[in-house]
Write a protein that binds this ligand. Structure first.
Ligand code: ATP
Ligand code: MG
Ligand code: MG
Ligand code: MG
Length: 471
C-alpha cells in the first residue's frame, strides 16, 4: 500500500469499518463537558460516558482519528518535545473501540492483522508488553504467533492506562517496533532511547477510578486503543524519527527557509527546528479550536507553547516575529484532512503574531538577565538556579517555568522547584491579603478575537503555572 500519512489514516478507518466499526469524527481539542481534562489527550475521551455506561450509542464499535494535545495534566509531553524522536504536544491518535462488545482476543487479532497484513510491518520487528499479571493477554499473543521472548511484562507505570486521575482505566497491552541497530538506545520496549518505540496501546477498559483513587468495575469490559499516527507513519516510511515523516517535511522546510538553517546539519539547531515544527502544529490546532493565549488554564498552555517556540527561534538567530508567517505550512501539510485549519487561517496568523510581538519585548529584557543568572550560578558551582531568581524571571519577565527550566537544562543546571513554589505561594498569600485583583489589560485585538471564538472553561487543573520539568 501507499505509505503516506493520508493513506495510513484512510487504511485504518477502512480496515476497522470492514470489521463492523462506525467511523466517528475527531472531537475538538477542548474536551466537551468534561471539566476534569485540560485537553483531549486520547481517542477514548469523547466516549468516556459510553464506557461508564452513562450514555449509549447506536453502535458498539467505533473507529476514530483523534486530535490530541499532551501539554498539561496527567499526560504532559511538552518537555520531551525536541529531545525525543517520538513525542509531540499535538498529535493524531488512531483508535478502535468496543463498548461492551469484543474484548482482548479480538483487539489483539485486529491489531496484529492491521499492522502485519494491511500495513505490512515485519513480524520479527514487533515486541509486545502486557500488564504484569495478565496471563490472558500473554497467551493470546502467543497463540497469534508472538515468540515468548518478545512478550514482556510491566507494571502500572507502563501497562495500566488511565486518562486522568479519575475516569475509565484498565490494564493494557502495547505493541512496540524495533527500528534496529542503526538507532542508538535500548533494544527492549520502554527503555530510555528511541530504538524500540511504542506504537500502539490496546487498553482493556475494566474500571472507573473515583476521586478517592478507588477502582470500581465498569458495567461491561470494553476496548480502547490508541496508536500515534506520526509514529506509525515514521515506522512504515522507514524513518527513525517522527520528524522525518511526510507530514513534517513541508513544515521543517518552511522553517529552514525562514531561518536559514538546514535540518540535519547540527544537533542543537535540529532540536530547535523540531520544537518549532511541533509547536507550530499545536498553535494552529489549538487556535483553530478556539483557544487564545492567556494567563490561565488552556490559554496559558498555548502561551507557554508559543513562547517556547519563540525562544527556539532566538536560538536560531531570529529575533523578530516569524512563527505567524509559518503557520500556513501546517495548513498546507494537514489542511485537507482538517479543514478547520484553512477556515481559521487568518485568526491563527493574527493570534500568533500578536503573542510573538508581546513576548519579544519580554525576551529582549529578560534573556540577558536569565543568561546572567545562569552564568553566575555556574561560576559559583551551584547545581540549581535558586527559587527566588526563577520566580523573578517568571513574575517580572513573563518567562513560563518550562522555558526557564529548559534554558537551564541546556546549560547543565536544574531549577529550584521547591523554592519557586514557595515564592509563588507567598505571592498568592499576599494577593489574597490585599484582596484586590487587577486583571491583565487585554489588548483590543485579543478582545476582538475572543469575541469571535467560543468561550472555554477549565476548572480541573489549578497548579498549572508552577508545573515544571522536574515533576
Ligand atoms: P510514551 O511511553 O512513548 O510516552 P504513552 O505510553 O504515554 O507513550 P499512550 O498513553 O499509551 O502513550 O498513548 C497511545 C499511543 O499514542 C502511544 O502508543 C503512541 O503511539 C501515541 N503517543 C502517545 N504520546 C504521544 C506523543 N506525545 N506524541 C506522539 N504520539 C504519542
Ligand atoms: Mg507518554
Ligand atoms: Mg508508554
Ligand atoms: Mg502507552
Amino acid at each position: 500500500m501507499n505509505h503516506t500519512t493520508e493513506a495510513l489514516r484512510q487504511a485504518f478507518l477502512r480496515y476497522f469499518e470492514r470489521q463492523g466499526h462506525q467511523a466517528v469524527a475527531s472531537s475538538p481539542l477542548i474536551p466537551q463537558a468534561d471539566p476534569t481534562l485540560l485537553f483531549t489527550n486520547a481517542g477514548m475521551n469523547q466516549f468516556k460516558r459510553v464506557f461508564l455506561g452513562e450514555e449509549s450509542r447506536a453502535y458498539k464499535r467505533a473507529v476514530t482519528v483523534q486530535k490530541c494535545v499532551r501539554a498539561g495534566g496527567k499526560h504532559n509531553d511538552l518537555e520531551n518535545v525536541g529531545y525525543t524522536a517520538r513525542h509531540h504536544t499535538f498529535f493524531e491518535m488512531l483508535g478502535n473501540f468496543s463498548f461492551g462488545d469484543y474484548f482482548k482476543a479480538e483487539a489483539i487479532e485486529f491489531g496484529w492483522e492491521f499492522l502485519t497484513k494491511e500495513v505490512g510491518l515485519a513480524k520479527d520487528r514487533l515486541w509486545v508488553t502486557v500488564y504484569k499479571d495478565d496471563d490472558d493477554a500473554a497467551s493470546l499473543w502467543k497463540r497469534i504467533g508472538m515468540p515468548d521472548q518478545r512478550i514482556m511484562r510491566f507494571g502500572e507505570k507502563d501497562n495500566f492506562w488511565q486518562m486522568g486521575d479519575t475516569g475509565p482505566c484498565g490494564p493494557c497491552s502495547e505493541i512496540h517496533f524495533d527500528q534496529g541497530t542503526a538507532v542508538p538506545g535500548d533494544d527492549r520496549p520502554n527503555g530510555d532511547g528511541d530504538r524500540v518505540i511504542e506504537i500502539w496501546n490496546l487498553v482493556f477498559m475494566q474500571f472507573n477510578q473515583n476521586d478517592r483513587g478507588e477502582r470500581q468495575p465498569l458495567p461491561r469490559p470494553s476496548i480502547d486503543t490508541g496508536m500515534g499516527l506520526e509514529r506509525l507513519a515514521a515506522v512504515v516510511q522507514g524513518k527513525h524519527s517522527n520528524y522525518d515523516g511526510d507530514v513534517f517535511a513541508p513544515i521543517l522546510h518552511a522553517i529552514g527557509t525562514r531561518t536559514g538553517q538546514r535540518y540535519g546539519a547540527n544537533l542543537s539547531s535540529d532540536r530547535s527546528m523540531r520544537v518549532i515544527a511541533d509547536h507550530l502544529r499545536a498553535i494552529a490546532f489549538l487556535v483553530a479550536d478556539g483557544i487564545l493565549p492567556s494567563n490561565e488554564g488552556r490559554g496559558y498552555v498555548l502561551r507557554r507553547i508559543l513562547r517556547r517556540a519563540a525562544r527556539h527561534g532566538r536560538l536560531l538567530g531570529v529575533s523578530e516575529p516569524f512563527l505567524y508567517d509559518l503557520t500556513g505550512s501546517v495548513a498546507l501539510s494537514m489542511g485537507s484532512f482538517y479543514p478547520e485549519l484553512r477556515a481559521a487561517a487568518d485568526t491563527i496568523t493574527e493570534v500568533t503574531q500578536g503573542e510573538e510581538e508581546r513576548f519579544i519585548a519580554t525576551l529582549d529584557q529578560g534573556l540577558p538577565i536569565l543568561n546572567d543568572m545562569v552564568a553566575k550560578a555556574k561560576a559559583a558551582g551551584q547545581p540549581v538556579l535558586a527559587g527566588p531568581e526563577v520566580f523573578k524571571l517568571y513574575d517580572t519577565y513573563g518567562f513560563p517555568m518550562d522555558l526557564i527550566a529548559e534554558a537551564c537544562r541546556e546549560q547543565g543546571l536544574a531549577v529550584d522547584q521547591e523554592g519557586f513554589d514557595r515564592a509563588i505561594d507567598e505571592q498568592r498569600a499576599r494577593a489574597r491579603k490585599s484582596a484586590s485583583f487587577e486583571s491583565e489589560a487585554v489588548s483590543p485585538m485579543l478582545a476582538e478575537l475572543s469575541a469571535r471564538v467560543p468561550a472555554t472553561q477549565f476548572v480541573g487543573y489549578e497548579r498549572l503555572q508552577s508545573e515544571s520539568v522536574l515533576q
